[in-house]
Design a protein around this ligand. Structure first.
Ligand code: NAD
Ligand code: SF4
Length: 441
């Protein structure tokens, strides 16, 4: 059974409220941290090996150490709660059920970074959660953990909750900052990174909800103890939101030592695939990471078991970076059509493109239209190569990762399921009714 750090008290009635959270040891980490120096906290976070839980997996301690500290210029912590990645809903769960672990993490991180005004930017569709967060913030203020001179330490902090307006691209950190400043959420060119020029051109750290919540157990147990959980550079625990063709969709906390097979089939997690169907494919880390067929999901190319961690979840060297992504685990059984699934994603990315870069603005539209043509039974063989060509021209040629995120699912679908695309072109009438064969098991 995986060790639980973030969700260990999730089953306790009323854990959403300050008194109950406090009774379970809540805010002890904040009390401890406020007696430490910011440098000591930073050292603990670095030692923990915590990697950004929003999707990129960038080391959190390193990001904090990049924060510029020019004399007389305020710095900010901004929590990215714009969780919009298809298949990802773990931050929603955390904020809805245990909001105080996020608020406590913000207090510790703000003190460490020297932020006296910190922000939670939350996606507009999570319309009921800002009220939960604001109620929690009020409780914490009444308990003396927010406001002026917190616990007599001389440290002041205000936390503000800002609602987004429903744009996926505002989850990209620089678009988020633009939106927070009251402008249209267009991503900025990086560098400069927010650590140097962020909110109102001030040094800013942007961290995901789960990353900030993880700071609480790190301070409670020490970074060294946190680093002992997990394996290699995948330290600590990770929240996974599991959905698709599984018996038990939901949010699970794993310690990154379990195999993908165990995660899908064990009763402790997804509980297997309904109706005795077979596994066809899975998107292991939210729609921005490539789809993996069952044979590559359960075993690596070398034949070793595939583990649920940053190192093991890769596309056999095809895709860059980790496929752990945002932890949005989408399972497809043998009845699902990868071609139709890819078309749905392409429609999404085309709709969400902000339109600044030509390859993304035009390319995502082309991808969607060609995929739609194939799904509608009007595709030609050359369309498959055209899709490949277009995605290649988007990848790496845009301001923000939305372009790559639109290209990769198409590339992976063609790479691993080309026969299915060809099947649609050759036998459109049969493809609509399925089946797609078991070529991928
Ligand atoms: P990134 O790799 O560009 O950056 C990661 C973080 O490290 C950023 O905060 C960046 O500012 C910082 N950083 C990197 N190099 C730095 C440097 N030299 N100096 C200072 N700071 C530096 O990735 P990203 O754009 O933040 O995230 C992309 C990922 O987001 C995708 O892989 C996808 O998985 C994920 N994603 C998640 C969601 C969601 O809802 N959770 C939605 C869309 C995408
Ligand atoms: Fe906008 Fe797409 Fe360019 Fe990102 S890649 S800045 S979403 S056009």
């Amino acid at each position: 059974m995986s060790k639980k750090l973030l969700l260990k008290d999730a089953h306790i009635e009323g854990i959403r409220y300050f008194d109950v959270y406090r009774k379970q040891g809540g805010y002890q980490a904040a009390e401890k941290a406020l007696k430490m120096t910011p440098e000591e906290i930073l050292e603990e976070v670095k030692t923990s090996g915590l990697r950004g839980r929003g999707g990129a997996g960038f080391p959190t301690g390193m990001k904090w150490s990049f924060l510029a500290k020019p004399e007389g210029i305020p710095r900010h912590l901004v929590v990215n709660a714009d969780e919009s990645e298809p298949g990802t809903f773990k931050d929603r769960y955390l904020m809805e059920h245990i909001p105080h672990i996020l608020i406590e993490g913000i207090i510790i991180a703000s003190y460490c970074l020297g932020s006296n005004a910190s922000y939670i930017y939350i996606r507009g569709e999570y319309s009921w959660i800002p009220d939960i967060l604001e109620a929690a913030i009020e409780e914490v203020r009444n308990a003396g953990f927010l406001g002026k001179n917190i616990l007599g330490t001389g440290f002041d902090l205000e936390i503000y909750v800002q609602r987004g307006a429903g744009a996926y691209v505002c989850g990209e950190e620089t678009a988020l900052l633009e939106s927070l400043e009251g402008k249209r959420g267009n991503p900025r060119l990086k560098p400069p990174f927010p650590a140097v020029k962020g909110l109102w051109e001030r040094p800013t750290v942007v961290n995901n909800v789960e990353s900030i919540a993880a700071v609480v157990p790190i301070i409670n147990m020490t970074g060294a103890e946190y680093a002992k959980i997990g394996v290699g550079r995948s330290t600590g625990t990770k929240l996974i939101s599991a959905c698709g063709n599984i018996n038990k969709p939901g949010v699970y906390e794993i310690d990154m030592t379990i195999t993908v097979e165990e995660f899908i089939y064990s009763d402790e997690y997804c509980g297997g695939i309904p109706n005795g169907k077979r596994l066809k494919a899975c998107i292991p880390g939210g729609s921005s990471v490539p789809i993996l067929p069952a044979n590559l999901l359960l075993k690596t190319i070398k034949g070793e078991p595939r583990y649920m961690n940053y190192e093991s979840l890769s596309d056999g060297g095809f895709a860059t970076g980790t496929m752990m992504g945002s932890g949005g685990f989408i399972v497809l059984d043998e009845d699902q059509s990868v071609v139709e699934h890819t078309m749905t994603l392409s429609r999404f990315y085309n709709h969400e493109s902000c339109g600044q870069c030509t390859p993304c603005r035009e390319g995502t539209g082309w991808l969607y239209r060609i995929l739609k043509k194939i799904v509608n039974g009007e595709g030609e063989m050359k369309d498959i190569d055209l899709l490949w060509d277009i995605q290649r021209k988007i990848e790496g040629n845009t301001i923000c990762p939305l372009g790559d995120a639109a290209a990769w699912p198409v590339a992976a679908a063609i790479r691993h399921f080309r026969d299915e695309f060809e099947y649609y072109v050759k036998t459109p009438e049969l493809a609509k009714v399925k089946p797609f064969g078991l070529a991928h098991y």
